[in-house]
Write a protein that binds this ligand. Structure first.
Ligand code: GAL
Length: 935
């Protein structure tokens, strides 16, 4: 069997896996321009590279050459070729990479060639002699090449196969991106060297204990200058745990690191110690003795231009953005990232669940596939090899608190063997694997996309999963639970994050979870006419693909944070102000609130009338505090809508809450003579203009451009019921001097069910009012995406409003919204989701000014409810028809939507649909709008 179709994990003489560390020993980066030739078949001849093209390394060849070297392919679960393990198609893009280099004049004993990441299987030749085979795309491989090097010029050839037996184990939901995509390095290994090192720095009762494991040439000296530690071991048997006295612990909130060196006579390696102790006690996951709640995200390696090639600035920016949004944890879905990501996590402070590069999801796709690699002895070595390389490479990082065996493989003995090896190798970190539903060999109970009621069951009686025997349920019940994926952030959403957080906090066994996922994976590309856009599945002409399912992040492909990220930041904020002003609760794990600055502001009708700082005694982690507000903050003696906003900041907002102190006294809408400068179409009763402002409408609207979540939920029935193609029949129009009334029947072709609408216009003191009464007939059996009216204007640029903002919000995603005055351009009101969809709704509008020429105000109903608004250059029908933002047609209109109700968002793209309390059910609606010409 060929090496790219066998079950082996790579050449047997690969060097044993070891830590990725910063070393003072000499290295030569072999990154840079390589000669490149792409073949269609894996068994191509070895050729003279003189005439080959040039390709940068690290890179993915499909992202170069403008299609000359193929294109990216996106699939989620399915393999892009027949499932015939360990075989792969004969047509197997194979990239030969070649370069020369001059052997440096180093005083070393051995030379090692290191590959940090190559997708998927590769063979290496040095100076024409075969070196070995590497597998495990997101894992490092080292070869000893000492005997093959010559003084002066040397050459290296790497043949990379896109498809291989290893591909069966790398079926993660992401782009298939072949190539040498991480560093290639020649390492000089001194005669007296440090081969491997593992510093386990524990935090025990305020003191640090370092348990070292060192392989190398003794004597070896460990130094931690800041702690006054300098110990020399003469031999491996000298190495013993070292008590280093009082230390500050490492945590995600206070990532205290101590520089450390480990030196032999010829090599010094640099590490940063973070003292922390991870334990599971009963059903509690503890770090340094305290329960950790994960406010996490799943993070893939993805860059819109580079693919999975690491870019430090990009990665750092993303991690900082996470921190600025109160995110405290990362699951490295679904493979070890570039090692430098973990250095950043140590430095910036993020709890990490480090996952092995292993997923075989596609075996579940087609019931005709009988294989399960997890239960197949032929794959065992490769499973174990992957876990070994995962743990060994990254074992020194304090940020890693959990090892994960992989994602979406079936359970089986190979997984159990990986867990067993990991337990033996590193008892200091628990092992996670979501598909170990019976908790047979892992330490944590895990699920993805559990519903709220399942979580409540998990939190109380047991496991909430079919097929589990009672004894397994008991086992699970006694383990900490982590929600390794939830809150599918595809398009507009996810909904119900606050509901999830409430459940996590209700049941002690639950430890929070990780949003799926951090970032959209759009690849920047161009249309035939040169228009740039972010591509998703199908945009590169793939035969099988999964469309825009790869665009499910809290951050858009271009790095723009989505409103979903703002929502998550608000839901997981470390400071939670109480229901009444004057109390707060800290969700911090290990720091008190002494670095937090608290302020109050008081606004009347959205206008700032007072602000100040609050003196709040430091609240210890996890505890509650009381504080007093100055009298002026709470002053009720005003005639207007008064809001008190409390805010906590530690660099960024770490908590915020609004309290409504007084409502605006309700004013009745009193009819006046005339129609306030409004002109109407005498036939239809439609508005034509108000003063000098051209504005047409209203038109009842039940349709919204389906969100990605709607597509997997309500959309089919909405379309079936014709909500996207309603017809409007005028039943009756009455035009008078002081009032215009139009009665319209709205229904879809073929349907009997309808909505009877009455638009009643009448003059008021400073303009014209519209009362809308919408009454559904019997027979409605679906939710409505929205209930509102649409107006048309020739243009709108500047928008300001008093209502909720600054971002869009929906009934199940409104934690980040506050009441205030906001301003925006029309285009900035809406989010350019990778596939156009509903966006921009801002509920509870008080008043909206369009270009300073027209004000639209709302009147609250008896419960205080008011309609919301959105503005768009396109109708929902146009938006729904576009696959990408650049496909939206040119527009010379602006549509104003005033919605008395909008359906929630939910997470049905992958997870639960909109909860009943956030759904919009057909019902009669009445609301009144006031139109006032300005200026
Ligand atoms: C999960 C999977 C993720 C991703 C997600 C949907 O099942 O683990 O990798 O595919 O669904 O976006």
């Amino acid at each position: 069997m060929s090496y790219y179709e066998d079950f082996s994990p790579g050449s047997p003489h690969r060097l044993p896996p070891r830590s990725w560390v910063r070393s003072g020993a000499p290295t030569l980066s072999l990154n840079g321009d390589w000669k490149f030739k792409l073949w269609r078949y894996a068994d191509a001849p070895l050729e003279d590279p003189a005439d080959w093209d040039t390709l940068p390394v690290p890179s993915h060849w499909v992202l170069h050459g403008d299609g000359k070297y193929g294109r990216p392919i996106y699939t989620n679960v399915k393999y892009p070729f027949p499932v015939d393990p360990p075989h792969v198609p004969d047509e197997n893009p194979t990239g030969d990479h070649f370069r020369t280099f001059t052997l440096p004049d180093w005083d070393v004993d051995r030379f090692v060639l290191r590959f940090d990441g190559v997708e998927s299987t590769y063979k290496v030749w040095l100076n024409g002699t075969e070196v070995g085979v590497g597998k495990g795309s997101r894992l490092a491989t080292e070869f000893d090449v000492t005997d093959l090097l010559v003084p002066g010029q040397n050459s290296v050839l790497v043949r990379v196969h896109q498809w291989s037996s290893a591909t069966y184990l790398e079926d993660q939901d992401q782009w298939w991106l072949p190539g040498i995509f991480r560093d290639v390095t020649l390492l000089g290994r001194p005669a007296a060297r440090v081969d491997d090192v593992w510093m386990q720095a524990e935090f025990l009762d305020g003191n640090g204990v370092v348990t070292a494991e060192v392989a190398g040439t003794f004597p070896i000296t460990l130094s931690v200058p800041e702690l006054g530690v300098s110990t020399t071991w003469q031999s491996a048997s000298d190495v013993a745990p070292l008590e280093v006295g009082t230390v500050e612990p490492w945590s995600a909130e206070s990532p205290r690191l101590y520089d450390c060196t480990v030196a032999s006579a010829g090599e010094t390696v640099h590490l940063r110690l973070g003292f922390r102790t991870v334990r599971i006690e009963g059903d509690q996951f503890l770090v340094n003795g305290r329960k950790v709640m994960f406010y996490g995200v799943n993070r893939h390696e993805t860059h819109p231009v580079l693919g999975r090639v690491f870019n430090e600035e990009h990665a750092r920016r993303d991690l900082l953005l996470m921190k600025q949004h109160n995110i405290n944890a990362i699951r490295t879905s679904h493979y070890p990232p570039d090692p430098r990501v973990l250095e950043l996590c140590d430095e910036l402070g993020l709890w990490v669940m480090l996952e092995c590069d292993l997923e075989t999801h596609g075996f579940e796709f087609d019931p005709s596939i009988a294989d399960n690699p997890s239960d197949d002895p032929r794959w065992r070595d490769q499973f174990l090899d992957r876990m070994r390389r995962t743990v060994e490479r990254d074992k020194n990082h304090p940020s890693i608190v959990i090892w994960s065996l992989g994602n979406e493989c079936a359970t089986g003995p190979n997984m159990a063997a990986m867990a067993q090896w990991t337990h033996e190798r590193d008892p200091g970190r628990p092992v996670h694997f979501e598909r170990d539903h019976a908790s047979a060999y892992t330490d944590m109970h895990s699920r993805m996309y559990a519903t709220l009621s399942e979580l409540a069951e998990i939190g109380t009686t047991g496991c909430a999963f079919g097929g589990i025997r009672p004894e397994e349920a008991v086992r699970q019940q006694n383990r900490p639970f982590v929600h390794c994926e939830f809150g599918h952030a595809m398009g507009n959403g996810p909904g119900s994050l606050a509901d999830y957080q409430a459940v996590y906090e209700r049941y002690p066994r639950l430890h929070g979870g990780f949003i799926w996922e951090w970032r959209d994976h759009g690849m920047l590309t161009k249309t035939a006419d040169g228009t740039p856009f972010y591509a998703y599945g199908g945009d590169f002409g793939e035969v099988v693909h999964d469309g825009n399912f790869v665009m499910d992040g809290l951050v858009l492909s271009d790095g723009t944070p989505s409103p979903g990220l703002a929502e998550y930041a608000a839901v997981i904020a470390p400071i939670v102000f109480g229901d009444e002003p004057g109390t707060l609760r800290s969700r911090y794990h290990s720091i008190d609130t002494s670095d937090v600055r608290f302020t109050w502001t008081r606004e009347v009708d959205g206008v700032l009338v007072g602000t100040g700082e609050l003196e709040i005694l430091p609240v210890p982690p996890g505890e509650s505090g009381l504080f007093e507000l100055p009298e002026e903050a709470l002053d009720l003696a005003v005639d207007g809508e008064t809001w008190l906003t409390l805010e906590a900041r530690s660099g960024h907002v770490v908590g915020s809450r609004q309290y409504q102190l007084s409502r605006r006294p309700s004013v009745s809408v009193v009819p006046a003579k005339g129609l306030g400068g409004a002109e109407f179409d005498l036939r239809t009763g439609s508005l034509l203009r108000i003063g000098s402002v051209e504005i047409g409408g209203p038109r009842l609207e039940l349709w919204r451009a389906p969100t990605d979540n709607d597509r997997r939920a309500g959309e089919w029935l909405w379309r079936e019921r014709g909500l996207d193609r309603l017809e409007h029949r005028i039943r009756d129009v009455q035009i008078g001097d002081d009032a215009v009334t139009a009665r319209v029947r709205v229904a879809a072709a073929t349907a009997g069910r309808c909505v009877e609408v009455t638009y009643h216009w009448f003059g008021v003191a400073d303009g014209v009012a519209l009362r809308v009464d919408a009454v559904p007939s019997a027979g409605w059996d679906c939710t409505w995406p929205r209930l509102g009216v649409r107006f048309t204007l020739p243009s709108v640029d500047a928008v300001s409003w008093f209502g909720t903002g600054p971002l869009e919000s929906y009934s199940d995603s409104d934690s980040a919204a506050r009441v205030g005055r906001f301003a925006s351009t029309l285009d900035d009101l809406n989010v350019a989701y990778s596939r156009p969809q509903e966006t921009g709704h801002r509920p509870q509008l008080r008043s909206l000014d369009l270009d300073g020429r027209l004000r639209v105000s709302t009147v609250p109903d008896r419960t205080g409810h008011r309609p919301g608004f959105s503005l768009s250059r396109h109708t929902p029908q146009q938006i729904a028809a576009a696959g990408h933002p650049h496909e939206l047609p040119p527009s010379d209109q602006v549509y104003l939507f005033v919605d008395n109700g909008q359906h929630g968002l939910g997470s049905a793209a992958c997870g639960p649909d909109v909860l009943p309390e956030h759904a919009l059910y057909p019902a009669a609606h009445s609301f009144t709008l006031l139109f006032t010409p300005l200026g």
